[in-house]
Design a protein around this ligand. Structure first.
Ligand SMILES: [Zn+2]
Length: 411
């Protein structure tokens, strides 16, 4: 396996939640010389300065300031999301039933529920104490499980599995005598918490240099973008990476792509580099480009008829440019050409995706961000199978290809 593929597996293993993913990305950025800015501080930025900003723990913006003013050179931006479908622990989650202790959870995002059955699960996230401080937590080991019902007790399962999330997808913590979840997490002092279920099986190397792992959508893109921003050549323009939380539930939050995080940081970048011209921000946006990166659908051998027959991306074939006539993806002629030309300069092959005319299309942060900020945007992603499964499948060969394409776009 390529070393970047190994590194992606390690990245996924230490990132069970958006909070852990942001902690890992900031650790890597800090190691590469990026320093943290707080939104509460006054910023004064210099050309070449490399910084990152975190909003509410689960969203990150990192950038290297260009040598020219933003109004004159604009920005090259890569956008991703940090969250994945999962189950979120309820505030009053302690359930005792039939001699067992269970944990009340609520589905988060469009998950494939059956893929969470019979897997070794843990709980991770952040807890906040009464004094307002937050810390990351992760239950050691594989403590939770959502067992299937034996076929002998429901023969109708042969006609299709029906799972009611309220009744059938409640994880078992153990027998009733087991300590309560927050106690097990070493956080009986938690007053608030954002905790989710996570698969504990380490990301694996399988098949033709493939990666089987949870949360590849969209930690795969977060991982590539972190590498690309660190590797990007200093330039006249400013290179920026934004990773938003809450994409899987519609992006509507202060730190989501519908929120103000990116717009706020972009406005402050213009002001903090000393440009007082009231037109500077708009000139900067008009000169900018955004590469919105979210995993793409590779053609599935058992369901090839679900794909548009002329557009069948394959694992290991390189980044996929996503197109949609109805703007579910923001790609157009100019932004597609920009990405394909940069990829070509980097020696990276490109694939294309459109959905079938008789099937609905997914979407990404690309159109949302383009709509909010007016920045020309292209939607791309690495090919994936089993998107939104508890275990997804991608190719290690696509990792260096995406990193090289992103680096070329940011340089
Ligand atoms: Zn995604």
């Amino acid at each position: 396996m390529s070393s970047l593929g190994d590194d992606l597996r390690a990245f996924v293993d230490v990132s069970p939640t958006p909070f852990h993913a942001v902690a890992e990305m900031t650790r890597r950025l800090a190691e590469a010389g990026f320093t943290e800015l707080l939104e509460t501080d006054r910023w004064a930025l210099r050309p070449g300065g490399a910084h990152f900003v975190v909003r509410d723990g689960g969203s990150l913006i990192a950038f290297r300031v260009g040598s020219a003013s933003l109004a004159d050179a604009g920005l090259r931006i890569v956008g991703t999301h940090t969250d994945s479908p999962t189950f979120k622990v309820r505030p009053l989650h302690d359930i005792r039933r039939a001699g067992y202790r269970l944990v009340g959870v609520e589905p988060y995002g469009g998950l494939l529920a059956h893929t969470w059955l019979d897997r070794e699960l843990t709980v991770a996230g952040r807890v906040t104490t009464a004094d307002g401080t937050s810390r990351l937590v992760r239950l050691a080991g594989a403590t939770l499980r959502i067992p299937s019902l034996a076929i002998h007790l429901d023969r109708s399962v042969r006609d299709g599995l029906v799972l009611d999330p309220q009744r059938h997808l409640v994880p078992v913590l153990g027998l009733e005598s087991e300590p309560e979840l927050l106690e097990q997490l070493g956080a009986p002092d938690a007053v608030g918490f954002d905790l989710v279920l996570a698969d504990t099986q380490p990301a694996a190397s399988t098949g033709s240099d493939w990666i089987a792992a949870p949360r590849l959508d969209n930690l795969g893109s977060c991982h590539s973008a972190t590498h690309a921003l660190i590797a990007a050549e200093p330039a006249a323009h400013t290179a920026l990476f934004v990773a938003n939380d809450h994409e899987e539930v519609g992006s509507g939050s202060a730190e989501g792509a519908r929120g103000s995080f990116l717009a706020d940081v972009l406005a402050r970048l213009v002001a903090a580099t000393g440009d007082t011209d009231p037109q500077a921000y708009h000139r900067a946006m008009a000169r900018s480009r955004l590469l919105s990166a979210d995993m793409a659908h590779a053609v599935h051998p058992n369901f090839a008829d679900r794909h548009e027959p002329n557009h069948t991306p394959r694992l290991g074939g390189g980044p996929v440019v996503k197109h949609n006539a109805n703007q579910a993806y923001a790609t157009d002629a100019t932004t597609a050409a920009w990405f394909v030309a940069r990829a070509s300069e980097a020696g990276v092959p490109v694939q294309h995706f459109v959905t079938r005319a008789d099937l609905p299309c997914g979407s990404t942060i690309g159109p949302l961000t383009a709509t909010r900020l007016g920045i020309a945007t292209v939607d791309v992603g690495s090919p994936t199978l089993a998107m939104h499964s508890c275990r997804e499948l991608a190719s290690a060969e696509d990792v260096p290809l995406m990193v090289r394409a992103m680096t070329a776009c940011l340089s």
